[in-house]
Write a protein that binds this ligand. Structure first.
Ligand SMILES: Cc1cc2nc3c(=O)[nH]c(=O)nc-3n(C[C@H](O)[C@H](O)[C@H](O)COP(=O)(O)OP(=O)(O)OC[C@H]3O[C@@H](n4cnc5c(N)ncnc54)[C@H](O)[C@@H]3O)c2cc1C
Length: 465
């Protein structure tokens, strides 16, 4: 063994000792190791070791030790870096490592406190998001942020990406529901930041800074989230419009009517037919799914009001849980079916102002079609968040994305939107982001990274240009 390989092996041994042999995975354990090199994109990376700490204390010890070891091993900066990983359900390659150690945080999964009087829950970062609501099942409260991946993603990952879901239209994204965090930074210091009241003005908001930072500034060890009262009833309404422009107009009508819908989803013709939605005709069109929640008497009134705004349309209404869930299941099946049929599909998650919704769908479709790539587009129309899926037939079409993604990112930015509404930039989109956003934006972000993690201990692949 050469001196330097020997030195790195010793460093890895010291880190491994902090979690115990059972919770260390080496590259030689191929079957267990490989999943840690991927997320839910087509990307795949490389790493030297996986560590699975059980607690905040073990995680702190790893960060402190890695920091100390890096000081004495200048040549191993990357090999001793930490790529933070939650559920690995990311859609931007943010947790895909490029060298170094993967820090799997999923064993930190305790609910630390449920405070019903103050409408809050505190939990460790590795808990699966859906488990939060399971833990609240005996209360009148729930956590309202509902990404489709809530059964796969962790609390920490959802904070690091500012995850959102259909109900963000009414209840906001992760950021709006995040009250407090415990942040473990590159100095191996734990910082408690934030406060429970919505009205909090404590200088630069560290929870806001960490939320959406993709693990570039350190580890969210635990967090306190704000909860809301479980609604008495939920109902779904569905109708088809001749095209996306008419559907988008109706979203505006709903908002102007003062109806605070829980979710408004738009589904294009291709996707609606794929999921076998009712009402779709061979002529096609754009489907809107509108979910209402709240007091049962108010829901009845809102449903009437809504349908009266387009009395000629044919409406499907689901007030009972079974029908409602079966329609949501169809909506969620689109993604699964697309992945099955198109292993190399890529799903963009842009967000645009409402007035640009229909135009953006048409723009993305036309640009892809010019390269003979089909698209499937659906999304959270109420807040302009569209999932543009490029349906690549095989790997050989991947280079076309190098044209389509920056083109779409630039157009979305020009329209005043965001090239990612909820998944983040990750490794996949960071390079396109530099083409779409002003250079000063990245200078400012890089300065923040420098200030908190100058030596790139955390997620170094996200800094690679
Ligand atoms: C089928 C499917 C549906 C999806 N639907 C949605 C959706 O509706 N809405 C949505 O927003 N997203 C969705 N996603 C994307 C994904 O689930 C989210 O981005 C999710 O928040 C990632 O969480 P994770 O725990 O899997 O994080 P990972 O993929 O493991 O990591 C994501 C990022 O978080 C960082 N990170 C993880 N834990 C921590 C921590 N404790 N501290 C600091 N940084 C950390 C990682 O380093 C990385 O940068 C979907 C994904 C799939 C596969």
């Amino acid at each position: 063994m050469s001196v330097s390989i020997d030195k790195l092996a010793n460093a890895y041994d010291r880190l491994a000792a902090l979690v115990g042999a059972e919770y260390v995975i080496a590259p030689t354990q191929n079957e267990k190791f490989t999943p840690y090199l991927k997320d839910y994109t087509y990307m795949s990376g490389v790493a030297g070791l996986v560590l699975r700490p059980a607690s905040a204390e073990e995680t702190l010890a790893i960060v402190a030790e890695a920091k100390a070891l890096r000081r004495g091993n200048a040549e191993f900066q990357r090999a001793l870096s930490l790529t933070l990983r939650g559920g690995g359900s990311g859609l931007s390659g943010a947790c895909v490592p490029e060298g170094g150690i993967v820090l799997d945080l999923t064993r930190l999964q305790r609910v630390l406190d449920i405070d019903e009087k103050n409408f809050s829950i505190t939990a460790e970062c590795g808990i699966i998001l859906a488990e939060l609501n399971s833990a609240l099942s005996n209360t009148e409260l729930f956590y309202a942020v509902d990404p489709s991946s809530e059964g796969l993603c962790t609390l920490g990952g959802s904070i690091a990406t500012n995850a959102a879901g259909p109900s963000s239209l009414k209840y906001g994204t992760t950021r709006h529901n995040l009250a407090r965090i415990t942040w473990l930074n590159a100095d191996a210091a734990c910082v408690k930041a934030g406060a429970l009241p919505v009205k909090t003005s404590l200088g630069i908001s560290l929870p806001d800074l960490l939320c959406g930072s993709e693990g570039r500034l350190g580890i969210v060890l635990d967090a306190t989230l704000r909860l809301v009262a479980r609604p008495e009833e939920r109902a779904l309404l569905m109708t088809v419009f001749s095209d996306a422009a008419h559907a988008a107009d109706f979203v505006r009508t709903i908002r102007l009517a003062g109806i605070a819908a829980r979710a408004i989803e738009i589904i294009d013709d291709f996707s609606a037919k794929l999921a076998d939605f009712p009402l779709m005709t061979p002529q096609g069109g754009a489907l809107l799914m509108i979910e209402l929640d709240g007091r049962a008497d108010f829901i009845g009134l809102d449903m009437e009001k809504l349908q009266s705004r387009d009395a000629k349309a044919e409406w499907v209404a689901a007030r009972d849980a079974k029908n409602r869930e079966s329609l949501w299941a169809k909506r969620k099946s689109i993604s699964v079916e697309l992945t099955r049929r198109y292993p190399y599909r890529l799903g963009e998650d842009i967000a645009v102002p409402l007035s640009a919704l229909a135009y953006t769908m048409q723009f993305a479709r036309a640009k892809a079609s010019a390269h003979k790539i089909a698209t499937a587009i659906w999304g959270h129309a109420g807040d302009g968040n569209l999932h543009v899926n490029y349906l690549l037939e095989d790997k050989s079409q991947l280079p076309v994305l190098d044209i389509l993604l920056p083109e779409l990112a630039r157009e979305v930015t020009r329209l005043g939107g965001a090239m990612s509404g909820e998944h983040g930039l990750g490794r996949l989109k960071r390079r396109f982001a530099r083409q779409a956003l002003a250079p000063e934006y990245f200078v400012a972000q890089d300065k923040i990274k420098q200030a908190f993690d100058r030596d790139c201990l955390f997620n170094p692949a996200l800094e690679d240009k």
